[in-house]
Design a protein around this ligand. Sequence first.
Ligand code: NAD
Ligand code: FE2
Length: 403
Amino acid sequence: MDTKIRVHRAPKTLITGNGCVAQIGAEAKKLHAKNVLIITDPGVACCGTVESVETPLREAGIEVGIYDKAVPEPPMGSVHEIVDLAKKGKYDLIVGFGGGSAIDVAKVVAVLAPNDDRLEDYVGIDQVPHKGLPFIAVPTTAGTGTEVTAIAIFSNEKLNVKQGVVSPHLIPNIALVDPVLTYSCPPGVTAASGMDALIHNIEAYISVNATMHTDPLAAEGIKLISKSIRTAVFDGGNAWARHNMAIGSLLGGISFGNAGVGAVHAMSYPIGGMFHVPHGIANTLMLPWVMEYNMLACAQFFREIGELMGENMEGLSDREGCEVTLQALRTLAEDLDVPQYLNEVGIPESAIPDLVKGALTQARLWNNNPRKFSADDIEQVYRNMAVKPGTEPVKEKKAPAKK
Ligand SMILES: NC(=O)c1ccc[n+]([C@@H]2O[C@H](COP(=O)([O-])OP(=O)(O)OC[C@H]3O[C@@H](n4cnc5c(N)ncnc54)[C@H](O)[C@@H]3O)[C@@H](O)[C@H]2O)c1
Ligand SMILES: [Fe+2]
């Protein structure tokens, strides 16, 4: 039993279930809102689902403004114009409506709107000095779990890396998790965001900072996602699968939000930052390669992960069980058609030294990981996955132009 002092944080109010988004008007009133800014992105706005938050807010007699141009995998610089808008509009509550990208943008707008601080000064742990405007998170992917975490992730355009703002002031007052909102996610987004959710649960389960509060949640998250992700991707209207994914993602958010994530995220951030590979794809790409290296430090837990995924471990040693889990993860990525090699996402071997440097900057994540990685270890893992056998390496060193 872990005897260290542990802190467990989550939103005050967590509302889940099909159709629960209709309660947003009543919940906003409890927060004394009169004038609400909904922040979303163009991909979500196109689906016509913004009405599902706008209508109940208006019906509750609340004024509503909508900003629908948040940028996916958000660059830091994209936030300033929204903060200006929030200030000018004198909004008293912010709603983040979308995937992790739109919600992360909305989270920092809520803390920046009441003052003249700069987002750049908030990067790192506990750098946000004040409480922000009240904030409600409504996720439309299953996903990042950001609706319950104290984290917001941005691309630093100058350094070409992804950076995190981590502060209890970013935890939403209320999270409304309505699985119906994810039905419009196309298969590619369902696969990438769903794998991110699975990886949050896996990395939280093996984290050295896992606790008795996070372990059962992460275990249930692994179960729910493993048995539903293929159905959610290939039969997007399946209510059972979408519900399991939304709850599995939420459990991942609570577990990793407290236990942390580790080497998979640390090594995928430079892939996202330098080559603009979406977060869920970059994580899925890294997962088996990192776990192949990690598993000897956490063999029992990694074997248990395979069991939670539904693999038969009867009569196997922990070591043998680890191989079964590893193969199950590779098969899952193949089934979902997510690449497994750096050259498949346009990354040349010559970029590896910069990827290593980028990964080493993620100190807060390495501290959670069960096995210590030296710079040489990190380089070796990237080299193991550099070129898919039988395919051509990528020649160009240059990172692709920014979108
Ligand atoms: N704050 C955290 O705790 C945390 C955790 C993990 C990841 N992240 C960050 O979250 C971001 C990724 O978030 P994501 O995986 O949810 O994807 P996303 O928010 O980037 O969305 C991906 C695409 O899907 C579209 N989309 C979203 N919901 C949709 C719906 N219901 N129907 C149709 N299209 C929809 C979006 O418009 C976008 O084009 C990254 O920036 C990542 O670093 C944050
Ligand atoms: Fe993630």
